[in-house]
Design a protein around this ligand. Structure first.
Ligand code: NOJ
Length: 488
């Protein structure tokens, strides 16, 4: 069996060895999680549902991108993995997997075809059926309100650039709370606003109507002025986050609600002072820009000044106090990989360049670096006053070397190693005082992976996209055992 990382090999050797020793815990685990730890797995509406024009659903921006502009190698989410029709079969698989919680997102345009106004009852019915089926199988639903499939009708009115977007979103959130809040106790307001608004929206917009040269080295290296223009949109989104949290509580619901951020430790590529400074800037852009308003009700001044050099932000008086007064119950972390950055005089992105993945086995979302998860959680714990944390996503895919279906089996040893290595890191964080409540593997199923279309598989369960046949991978068995033993 091949392991991608040196520490993966060491961990494997260590676990095999220590498991046989009498000092191992009563259940023979080397790594045991707290008794009430939430084991889950995640998906998102556009990536799995399909049924893109069925039962009154409206159009989302991703329907438009993929059907009108060939953004994902010609792939679309029109059918995806057809979970809209196959949710019972899929929930049976999730039940077998043993997860305690399934994180899925709502298609805003399925519930409100125009984004606001008339409700589509068939959309409400679909999510009611999904939720009830999950509960009947002892799986708790965890709803992400918004995972990127923004209603096209609202995008046409300026989307997040329009301050009305705060109320559009709040009304949608209220509809969801009032429709499902009696059976759902975990709510995620937004998924990865950085990727949505600072990367995909400008990057895709630029592919459709080019205004700047495509980033030659790494998609995250968008020009300073482009990022600065997006900054006000992120503020409207953070206001919508706070308003949804306020609404949830004012309606008297007692569940937990929070936002999910994609976070990456950012390291300097060399020991030079310049690289160090640049790593702090990139860290501010990716991490602090969202952590600070979500957990403190403020923006990092250094990054705000960088953005305002190009475009003044539209923050109204009272906004920051509102953010501060309406912070979430937990912070959701999506962790995949760290970034390593170095100076590059040619770069239009704050003079820095993101370094290539140094690992031998290349994961789709960059370097496999499990310690990064520990570091992130410790940092959040100490910097932001010990918040509750949920790992709402973590996962990997490595391409054909790890993901080929042969005789009805997928031997994805690299994914298993990735999973275990990151769980070791998560447990270490718990042992060091981090209030980590749960872990959701991304993803339960292979699905539509945005700009990569169907080329990048992250699932525990293999999906044949032509026949929709689901096949259990080795990693599904591994995760099932981990959940059964509450560790490994
Ligand atoms: C983050 C996103 O939330 C999810 O939609 C995506 O598929 C995974 N990462 C994997 O890239």
């Amino acid at each position: 069996m091949k392991y991608p990382l040196i520490n993966g090999v060491l961990a494997f050797v260590l676990f095999s060895f220590t498991a046989a020793l009498p000092i191992a815990s009563a259940n023979n685990n080397t790594v045991t999680f707290p008794a009430n730890f939430t084991w889950g797995s995640a998906t998102a509406s556009y990536q799995v549902e399909g049924a893109y024009q069925e039962d009154g659903k409206g159009v989302s921006v991703w329907d438009t991108y993929t059907n009108q502009h060939n953004i994902s190698n010609g792939d679309t989410g029109n059918v995806a993995i057809d979970q809209y029709h196959r949710y019972k079969e899929d929930i049976a698989l999730l039940k077998k997997l043993g997860i305690k919680s399934y994180r899925f997102s709502l298609s805003w345009a399925r519930l409100l075809p125009e984004g606001t106004g008339k409700v589509n009852q068939a959309g409400i019915d679909y999510y009611n059926n999904l939720i009830n089926e999950l509960l009947a199988n002892d799986i708790k639903p965890a709803i992400t309100l918004f995972h990127w499939d923004y209603p096209q009708a609202l995008a046409n009115q300026g989307g997040w650039g329009n301050r009305k977007s705060i109320d559009w979103y709040t009304n949608f959130a209220k509809l969801a709370f009032q429709s499902f809040g009696n059976r759902v106790d975990t709510w995620i307001t937004f998924n990865e606003p950085y990727i949505d608004l600072m990367i995909f929206e400008p990057l895709i917009g630029n592919r459709i109507h080019p205004t700047f040269p495509a980033p030659p080295n790494h998609p995250f290296e968008l020009p300073n002025a482009v990022m600065a223009k997006q900054a006000t949109k992120t503020h409207h989104l953070m206001m919508a986050n706070a308003k949804a949290i306020q609404t949830y509580r004012s309606l008297g619901y007692k569940g937990q609600i929070g936002i999910t951020l994609n976070l990456s430790p950012v390291y300097a590529a060399t020991a030079s002072t310049q690289d160090f400074k640049l790593s702090k800037i990139e860290d501010g852009i990716m991490n602090r820009w969202f952590l600070d308003p979500a957990l403190r009700g403020a923006y990092p001044e250094d990054i705000k000044a960088l953005y305002e050099h190009y475009a003044p932000m539209k923050i109204k008086s009272g906004d920051l106090a509102f953010l501060k007064a309406n912070r979430g119950d937990f912070i959701g972390i999506n962790y995949y990989s760290p970034l390593r950055v170095g100076a590059d005089a040619q770069s239009v992105h704050f003079g820095l360049k993101i370094q290539p993945n140094p690992n031998q086995w290349k994961a789709y979302n960059g370097e496999s670096y499990p310690d990064g998860l520990y570091e992130l959680m410790r940092r959040i714990d100490t910097t932001y006053n010990h918040p509750a944390i949920i790992v709402t996503e973590n996962g990997a895919g490595y391409g054909t070397a790890d993901d080929t279906l042969v005789d009805g089996q997928v031997h994805d040893a690299l994914r298993i190693a990735y999973l275990k290595d990151h769980l070791v890191s998560a447990k270490k964080a718990i042992d060091n005082g981090v209030n980590l409540k749960g872990y959701y593997y991304w993803s339960a199923f292979d699905n539509f992976e945005w700009l990569s279309g169907y080329k990048a598989r992250f699932g525990l369960i293999h999906v044949d996209f032509a026949t929709q046949q689901r096949t259990w991978k080795d990693s599904a068995t591994a995760y099932q055992q981990i959940i059964t033993n509450n560790g490994f």
